[in-house]
Design a protein around this ligand. Structure first.
Ligand SMILES: Nc1ncnc2c1ncn2[C@@H]1O[C@H](COP(=O)(O)OP(=O)(O)OP(=O)(O)O)[C@@H](O)[C@H]1O
Ligand SMILES: [Mg+2]
Length: 266
């Protein structure tokens, strides 16, 4: 039985010009228990929209999502979610930010403190619990977000560009950390990234989305043992194949945009 099942998802957003823009077209896939699955695709192709639907934060027009055979209902989120934008509360300390996840789930003491201590150790934030977000680095902020998403032991961790806006060194380090943390917590991970290298380095499988409206156009099982060597010929070969597909989609997007532009008055 798959941990996550996404079946026939369609979604359009209203627009002022011609009624609505189709964003997701018939998206179906499954994620196995403990699998690390990444989705890559051109900017604006609907990745965040898809993740929000999977997390129950947004309703699809058609289709359904189930986790462990139970259909996800909007507002009944079973997934931990790391947002594309940094989302720590500046007025809460690291520990209070992590506690937020447990407060929503109405977890009481002593379990609350025990869970926080455990996840703080796993993500390596011990000693920084009483710092406020402005007193930690960007990488530590991302780790705090990971901890907040994982402290409730969600069935699935959904990470939307979780490692963007970081310097290359911190990003590489956090890729390894996220893999280690997900293995230690036994999490099933659904990860969205613009960065194909990152997806190849971390994932068991990668789904490639098309230009808008987002469809699944390819699937790659990354059959390489972990830890991987980023510059190995095998990793580079997957990278090249995926980038080739994305290049085609990017060019289509440019052509679509050019067609939509009004003619220049002469
Ligand atoms: N609430 C909304 N209302 C109307 N249109 C929206 C809304 N949210 C997103 N869109 C549009 O839907 C499309 C898909 O957006 P989405 O954020 O899902 O893309 P994305 O693949 O995550 O992009 P990126 O890679 O830049 O994060 C975009 O064209 C966007 O402008
Ligand atoms: Mg997005």
């Amino acid at each position: 039985m798959p941990r996550l099942s996404v079946q026939g998802i369609w979604k359009a957003y209203p627009n002022e010009e011609d009624g609505e823009t189709l964003v997701l077209e018939d998206i179906s896939f499954e994620v196995k228990n403990g699998e690390f699955l990444s989705i890559v695709g051109p900017s604006g192709c609907g990745k965040t929209t898809l993740l929000k639907i999977i997390a129950g934060l947004l309703e699809p027009d058609k289709g359904h999502v189930s986790i462990d055979n139970v259909q996800v209902k909007p507002g009944h989120n079973q997934a931990g979610y790391i947002f594309q934008q940094e989302s720590l509360f500046p007025w809460r300390t690291v520990r209070q930010n992590i506690a937020f996840g447990l407060e929503i789930a109405e977890i009481q003491e002593p379990e609350k403190n025990r869970s926080i201590d455990e996840i703080v150790s796993i993500v390596g934030m011990r000693g920084l619990e009483d710092n406020f977000p402005h007193e930690i680095s960007g990488g530590q902020a991302r780790k705090t977000e990971m901890a907040r998403s994982l402290v409730t032991k969600p069935d699935i961790l959904i990470a939307d560009e979780a490692l963007s806006n970081l310097d290359a060194q911190t990003r590489n380090y956090l890729q390894e950390e996220l893999m280690r943390i997900s293995q230690e917590t036994g999490s099933t991970v659904l990860f969205v990234s613009h960065n194909v290298d990152e997806a190849v380095f971390m994932s068991d499988r990668i789904l490639v989305m098309s230009n808008l409206p987002g469809k699944l156009i390819a699937e790659f099982s990354i059959d390489l043992p972990k830890p991987r060597i980023r510059t190995s010929p095998e990793c580079l070969s997957y990278r090249a194949r995926i980038l080739d597909l994305l290049k085609v989609e990017q060019e289509k997007a440019m052509r679509d945009q050019a067609r939509l532009k009004p003619p220049v008055a002469t």
